[in-house]
Ligand binder design. Structure first.
Ligand SMILES: [Fe+2]
Ligand SMILES: [Fe+2]
Length: 330
């Protein structure tokens, strides 16, 4: 494990990976194509509007967010040591795949009746703030976003209940994305550490922790706004949306609540993403994906509650102003 001393030392050779980290298996961009749901549903996670809103709001902003990260990290592959350069190329390939497949998911959200343009405008504004920033600043922002995505991916992969009884094809998409987020979680961190290798340790620590704080505040505000916009389109009122989201995200077993501790680990001096050794989750995800691929045809009809949930919910009529989801047949 890296120690406080590692951040306080000035490595001229770039990121300091310890022996365990150096033994990580090489990354690979997996060939994956999303199976768009036959009948796109708004609440594809257990029919739960709040759990679904979390994943839907993230998906809406992924393509623009990931394109920003690709633009931010790609130039560094020419200026970094060979292994890091190879990792950056894999990172770019993986993120490009995520953008492509989340575009497919976003099409299904649109087909289900959502207008996701307001959410996409917010992410365009956010990345627009960095367009005139230095290459190091954009890389720092990428590093911090990657910490958030890595801890959420690990939580989703670790606790099966988050995607329990969800649409089969979309569950595959999120598991695949989570596997690759965990796999490449240190690339932007290592690239930034290399980019600022001439800085003092305390300066690196101060900048990365300040950035993570700002990026997290922005993430919490903007993704909450995004979820509330989707819930508004479902017909939920402001307070019902807000309290539902807080309960869903920060109640017992919530993704936000379970992510607090790994989020805080970034503030440890000498932190490196692989200090949290969750390589077993990559293996778990790959095994689960292989099982799902093999059993897709037979498994979907027998998923618990799938028949009950599928097609039951549909969006309220525009202009109805009602707060209730309409249930077909009622
Ligand atoms: Fe991604
Ligand atoms: Fe990523």
């Amino acid at each position: 494990m890296r120690s406080e001393q590692s951040e306080n030392s000035n490595s001229k050779n770039g990121p300091c990976l310890d022996d365990d980290q150096a033994m990580l298996s090489p990354m690979k961009a997996r060939d994956f194509r999303t199976n768009q749901p036959e009948t796109p549903r708004r609440h594809w996670v257990r029919g739960d509007p709040f759990a679904s809103a979390f994943f839907n709001a993230l998906s809406a902003v992924f393509p623009a967010g990931e394109a920003f990260m690709i633009r931010s990290i790609k130039p560094w592959h020419k200026n970094t040591p060979p292994q890091l350069s190879a990792d950056i190329r894999q990172f770019v390939e993986q993120e490009a795949g995520h953008s492509r497949e989340h575009d497919v998911m976003n099409d299904s959200l649109t087909a289900a009746g959502y207008d996701i343009e307001p959410l996409q405008q917010v992410i365009r504004n956010f990345v627009g703030c960095f367009e005139n920033s230095s290459a190091q600043t954009r890389l720092c922002a990428t590093m911090c976003i990657e910490h958030l995505t890595a801890i959420v991916a690990a939580e989703v992969m670790d606790k099966d209940h988050h995607l329990q009884d969800s649409d089969y094809g979309l569950r595959e998409l999120w598991l695949w994305h989570a596997v690759e987020e965990i796999e490449h979680k240190s690339v932007a961190f290592d690239a930034w550490q290399y980019a600022v290798r001439d800085w003092s340790g305390p300066r690196r620590y101060a900048v990365r922790t300040a950035f993570l704080t700002l990026i997290t505040i922005s993430f919490l505000i903007n993704r909450t706004r995004g979820q509330m916009e989707l819930l508004r389109q479902d017909g939920f009122g402001f307070w019902k949306s807000l309290t539902g989201l807080i309960r869903s995200g920060f109640g017992k077993g919530g993704i936000g609540r379970n992510s607090i501790r790994p989020w805080l680990s970034f503030f440890r001096p000498g932190f490196h993403p692989w200090n949290i050794d969750d390589r077993h989750l990559i293996e778990k995800g790959e095994t689960r994906l292989a099982q799902m691929k093999a059993g897709r045809a037979q498994a979907e009809p027998s998923l618990p509650n799938a028949a009950k949930i599928r097609g039951l919910l549909k969006p309220p009529d525009k202009g109805s102003g009602g707060n209730q989801l309409r249930v077909i047949g009622q």
